[in-house]
Ligand binder design. Sequence first.
Ligand SMILES: [Zn+2]
Length: 148
Amino acid sequence: MRIHVPLLSVLSTVVLITAFLFGGDVTLYDLRVHAESTDTAVAISIHPTWLCWMDTHDLFRGGCYGNVMICDETLPTDVHKLRIVAHEARHLDQWEALGAWVWAAKYVLPLEPWFTDWSDPSVELAQMWDPPEEWENQWGFLRISIER
Ligand SMILES: [Zn+2]
């Protein structure tokens, strides 16, 4: 049995723990589990994503690192909060699709929107790169493989 935890997973966990220690309200946002089997091995990929609400003291309204999104709990309305979660959740998808390549990809892919409509998240989601269905994700939080 082989357990593979990429460096990006370790760094994301540090971000998650740090946000929690600074008073963040952390909840599991999504859990993606994927299994695949070949003639010689069985592999299971586990990719949790986390939502952390915290008072960001106006430093930022939302941010995403790896599989952790941090959203400002002091946003004035539920509409604002839904919009920022939708925005950061798209970044979660981008991180899973690109892994550490996300830092380079921001120069060639529209990872961020160029216009924000606080009342309608679909406006900016249409502008942000959405990994296509056939895209092979470059990062998974944890992978367990078992030789047959
Ligand atoms: Zn963004």
